[in-house]
Ligand binder design. Structure first.
Ligand code: PLP
Length: 394
């Protein structure tokens, strides 16, 4: 049975070109970029070129605005803690209710430590209440933090417009954008925005897990999260992970080159999957309702059936997808993103995210459209909500 991987927002396959680009840096060019002999020179040069490529990928003004990190979570923690540490007299933060846990849980922790956090709502389509956000910016606002694309629904937030409007209200307020689910899926051109800090993670765009980057706009003051050596111009200590940095830069270039494919072919496959499911499964409802979405993601709720059971049956058919609930952490708490959108409990527990990539084929989508209705039929039969389901299927 072939594997059909529709969980690319969780992680992606490492592109073969990326593996090839990384290999020499394990066995031949393995020098420490900080050393002075010739062997180290190759590694140093590779990091330099990688920084240029990632800067180009994000549309930064200069390569030195890019700091390499170990993941998206580290990039977010570095940005948020780093900014707050150099602005200790300001205690107000504005963020959204739909951020990734690496941002959300950090703000919950900061709330306990005396920060005032304003949580911005989304509407039933998942779009952000930008008016509410802007009204809350004051002289005491140290940081505004909004993700560019949501990992569960794919909703895009207009972070460029938000950053401009925030700076008009308070030019001192810093703007951090979690760009992890946007990078490689939609165009990014940071030099044209007022965004100060922007985090990405390699494994979401076909680089390996364990490497990320933080864009820090020139002139933005930031305390380091990891203190030690002078690497990354003193902003992030630790010997550079040269092979992974090279891999992420290669993946960034490939993602940039295939952006058109993402915006056309991948989007049309996503739309076909969405339409195919919604028209063949009577108890299916669309959760990804915003008109502004990344091209690879859809989130669909199946009323009165259990999401984890859908995933297990999909797995039996060789299809990988993901549920809204935080099952991986051992909790069956429904998704905070879908709850913020007001998705009713009848489909909250049966919500599934499908996320495609440039490696997804049309036959994989056709196969999923064929198998999923049969799975839902089976699960409808064993659901305790027969009366409600009879109403839907009558
Ligand atoms: N931000 C978003 C929106 C994400 O989807 C993820 C991962 O799923 C992260 C941050 C964290 O990235 P990493 O797994 O590299 O720490």
């Amino acid at each position: 049975m072939n594997l059909i991987y529709l969980d690319n927002n969780a992680t992606t396959m490492v592109a073969p070109e990326v593996v090839d680009a990384m290999l020499p840096y394990f066995t031949q060019e393995y020098g420490n970029p900080s050393s002075i002999y010739d062997l180290a020179h190759g590694a140093n040069e590779a990091v330099k070129i990688s920084r240029e490529k990632v800067a180009d990928f994000l549309g930064a003004n200069e390569p030195k605005e890019i700091i390499f990190t170990s993941c998206g979570s580290e990039s977010a923690n570095m940005a948020i803690k780093g900014v707050l540490d150099v602005n200790r007299n300001k205690k107000h933060i504005i963020t959204t209710r739909v951020e990734h846990p690496c941002v959300l849980n950090l703000y919950k922790d900061l709330e306990k430590r005396g920060y005032q956090v304003s949580w911005i709502d989304v509407d039933s389509k998942g779009d952000l209440n930008i008016g509410q956000l802007l009204e809350l910016v004051t002289n005491d606002t140290a940081l505004v933090s909004v993700m560019m694309a949501n990992n569960e629904t794919g909703t895009i937030y207009p972070v460029d417009k938000i950053s401009e409007a925030v700076k008009m209200r308070n030019p001192e307020t810093k703007v951090f954008v979690d760009g992890v689910q946007a990078a490689g899926k939609i165009p990014i051109n940071l030099k044209d925005t007022k965004i100060d800090l922007f985090g990405i993670s390699g494994h979401k765009f076909h680089a390996p897990k364990g490497v990320g980057a933080l864009y820090v706009k020139k002139g933005t003051m930031l305390s380091p999260l990891v203190v030690g050596g002078h690497q990354e111009k003193g902003k992030r200590a630790g010997t550079e992970n040269v092979p992974y940095i090279v891999g992420m830069a290669c993946a960034a270039q490939l993602a940039k080159d295939s952006l058109n494919d993402e915006l056309t072919r991948v989007k049309s496959l996503r739309d076909k999957l969405e339409k195919g499911i919604l028209s063949n499964v009577k108890n299916a409802v669309l959760n990804s309702k915003s008109s502004n979405r990344v091209p690879n993601t859809t989130n669909i709720g199946f009323q009165y059936v259990e999401g984890e059971l859908i995933l297990l049956h999909l797995n039996d058919e060789g299809i990988c997808a993901s549920s809204g609930s935080a099952c991986t952490s051992g909790s069956l708490e429904p998704s905070h993103v879908l709850r913020a959108q007001g998705v009713p409990f009848t489909s909250l527990h049966g919500s599934i995210r499908f996320s495609l990539s440039r490696y997804t084929t049309e036959s994989e989508i056709d196969y999923t459209i064929e198998k999923l209705p049969l799975i839902i039929q089976k699960l409808v039969k064993i659901s305790p909500f027969q009366k409600e389901l009879n109403e839907i299927f009558k």
